[in-house]
Design a protein around this ligand. Structure first.
Ligand code: ADP
Length: 355
């Protein structure tokens, strides 16, 4: 900047003194010495004057504008353009500053609009999903109040149906809470070392009733050595429950769900594979979105909230991992994810030696 003001002052002073000397040289009586002296005087005085004006009025002002812009930009942590002030024209720097500021603002407005659209869509989805179980339960209760309560058989049947709808509502609200807490970062992962095979056995005990009802055979790969992972036990339990439950839900009666592992140096991959309905190619990219269901009609009576895979995705992202899928309609689906291997405790190693 100083360099620029100096160059400009030099240029202006030179022009002024050349013009003054040119005029003076027109006088017939003027000597060469007087011309040189007047050139030197006009050059130095105009140089000082111009320099002072530029430095203290013009450039000072520009510097303060630029500094103000700088402050605004750094406060917003926006990407700051390169600012080798000495080398660049200050006016161009201001222009660039304003441009970058405007671009940041534009980006923020676009993000806010996107968030607003997301919020509106979320509220619409939630209201729609809540409506189904509430309306169903409401219908059964009103029918009972309208007289059906007198008939013992109808009463029990309708109360059971109302209870089922309310149970569904409870699961939906819990899932919604989990999703919203995960999206706002409220849920933190608490990694610990645990035996993944043992944990999956517990999941299978829990879903056993569902599998039996649909005559689904669940096969869990048996491992000769204990397999420990470093992960959040509760959350991975949830992931496995969702994947295995889906495997059961979307399998034909009498189908099979297989769970197996693949170990690498530092990771283990857990697979959940079924030979069920499969997922059409055009839906695969969307099944992890909240409330996305492949084909509403085929999901009828399966009791899902449409949030299971979205929760799975969030949990695995919280483990710096991701959920992957391969599926073919009518053939089956395979879901898998990686986890970091954990430390096998001493007592497990001792047990092994005993064997
Ligand atoms: P839902 O509660 O409806 O099961 P999810 O988020 O768990 O919701 O799954 C989203 C959709 O992906 C399901 O509605 C289903 O259409 C499809 N899907 C999930 N898992 C499977 C699977 N193993 N086989 C076939 N389709 C599946």
């Amino acid at each position: 900047m100083i360099l620029n003001s100096r160059a400009l002052a030099l240029l202006l002073a030179l022009s002024i003194s050349v013009i003054t000397s040119a005029f003076l040289s027109l006088l017939p009586s003027i000597s060469t010495t007087a011309l040189i002296v007047s050139f030197a005087l006009s050059f130095s005085s105009s140089y000082i004057l111009v320099r002072l004006v530029l430095e203290f009025i013009f450039f000072k002002e520009i510097t303060s504008i630029y500094e103000a812009l700088d402050k605004i930009r750094s406060e917003e942590l926006s990407p700051i353009l390169s600012r080798s002030r000495n080398a660049v024209n200050p006016l161009r720097l201001i222009n660039k500053g304003i441009e970058s500021y405007a671009r940041t603002k534009q980006r923020e407005i676009a993000e806010l609009k996107e968030m607003e659209a997301f919020r509106r869509e979320f509220i619409a989805d939630v209201s729609h999903e809540l409506k189904t179980p509430i309306f169903a339960a409401q219908g059964f209760v009103h029918t009972l109040l309208d007289g059906a309560v007198e008939d013992k058989k109808v009463r029990t049947k309708f109360l059971k149906k109302a209870a089922k709808s309310l149970d569904g509502l409870d699961i939906l609200v819990q899932d919604l809470l989990t999703i919203s807490q995960m999206e706002t970062g409220e849920i933190k992962m608490h990694p610990e070392d645990f035996n993944i095979e043992e944990m999956i056995k517990e999941v299978l005990d829990q879903v056993d009733g569902k599998a039996e009802k649909r005559e689904i055979d669940i096969e869990l790969q048996h491992l000769d050595v204990p397999l420990y992972v470093l992960a959040d036990y509760q959350r991975i339990y949830q992931v496995m429950t969702n994947l295995v439950t889906n495997g059961i839900k979307y399998s034909k009666k009498g189908g099979t769900v297989k769970i197996f592992f693949e170990q690498e140096d530092e990771h283990v991959t857990v697979f959940v594979q079924d030979k069920g309905l499969g997922i059409p190619e055009e839906d695969i990219g969307r099944i992890f979105e909240r409330f996305y269901r492949v084909d509403k009609s085929r999901n009828k009576g399966k009791g899902g909230t449409g949030l299971g895979l979205s929760i799975v995705k969030h949990i695995l992202e919280g483990h710096d991992s991701k959920i992957e899928v391969e599926s073919e309609e009518g053939v089956g689906s395979k879901f898998w994810f990686k986890l970091r291997l954990g430390k096998v405790p001493e007592y497990e190693l001792l047990n092994e030696d005993d064997d």
